[in-house]
Design a protein around this ligand. Structure first.
Ligand code: MF3
Ligand code: CO
Ligand code: CO
Length: 290
């Protein structure tokens, strides 16, 4: 099994800096969403905000990806490519931001959320809120000594009990100075299996939750992943650091996300207190997430 990197306190500070930038970028996107905006408009917003911060949008040219952010609408599971496509009331859209800071040779922060455009139908609300809670449920498991399978099991049992399915083909991933590294973090699985989490590891949790079956198909643009049955899909993602007492959510937000966390039906968990943890004397303490 591939070994998993653990970060020094200096590295961790760099991960905090890029995590905050990615979180702020997602907040900015939420502020701009409304019927009539195109996914290409979102791409421009993310690209310019990222460059102005002295960072680089990780998706651009990553394995040939042509844009600076992923925009996945309705039955698109992930890796949707921004285009001159107008969003309409009733759509849901996942916006997945990955920033690299500094722009050259920097650290990666990866976070996504599903947003509501106008008024969503009931199934769109359901899958989005279950995806939001699935991420919270997964984060709550993270502490030194827990296993990767514990995270997947917690998410799968929660989402399936709510009548949804968990996408199998894409997982969370180790992240630091590399975009996608070991360990792989499946959002389904068996408790007590998989690698043991250790203090200083950084990885994403990013459950993709479908209203229908978990099976996916790929469009011939080589990127866009869709549900095979055409059912709606939603996703939330955070970049997480394992700490002595649990974990720190490196991409936590400083305020509620507009058009997602501010709606009256949003099922917000403990992460949504939006209170940043107190300044830390060392990397061994923390408050957020578990
Ligand atoms: N941000 C995605 C993830 O969560 C990866 C996007 S790769 C891209 O891992 F090339 F599509 F941008
Ligand atoms: Co990711
Ligand atoms: Co991502």
């Amino acid at each position: 099994m591939a070994s998993v990197r653990t970060l020094s306190s200096r590295d961790i500070q760099s991960m905090r800096d890029v995590g905050r930038l990615a979180a702020d970028t997602l907040l900015m996107v939420g502020d701009h969403l409304q019927p009539g905006i195109t996914t290409e408009d979102i791409n421009v917003l993310v690209h310019e905000y990222t460059i102005a911060a002295g960072a680089r949008p990780a998706p651009l040219n990553y394995r040939g990806f042509p844009k600076s952010v992923c925009t996945s609408v309705n039955h698109v599971v992930c890796h949707g490519i921004p285009a001159p496509m107008t969003l309409e009331s009733g759509d849901i859209i996942n916006v997945d931001v990955t920033s690299v800071l500094p722009a050259r040779n920097g650290w990666f922060g990866d976070t996504s959320a599903t947003f509501y455009i106008g008024t969503p139908p009931p199934l769109a609300r359901h899958v989005t809120e279950i995806a939001r809670e699935s991420l919270e449920v997964g984060i709550a498991v993270v502490r030194p000594g827990a296993r990767v399978g514990d995270i997947g099991h917690a998410i799968q049992s929660f989402a399936e009990a709510k009548g949804c399915s968990v996408v199998r083909d894409y997982t969370g991933h180790g992240i630091h100075r590399v975009f996608h590294d070991a360990p792989s973090i499946p959002h389904y699985g068996t408790p007590g299996t998989g690698i043991i989490l250790k203090k200083g590891m950084t990885f994403t949790i990013e459950p993709m939750i479908n209203i229908g079956h978990w099976a996916v198909d790929h469009l011939d643009d080589d990127w866009t992943v869709v549900t095979r049955d055409g059912s709606l899909s939603a996703q939330f993602e955070h970049t997480i650091l394992v700490t002595k007492g649990g974990c720190e959510v490196l991409t936590r937000r400083s305020r509620p996300l507009k058009n997602s966390e501010d709606v009256e039906w949003a099922r917000l968990g403990p992460l949504a207190s939006f209170v940043p943890p107190a300044p830390q004397a060392s990397d061994s303490t923390n408050a957020t997430g578990a």
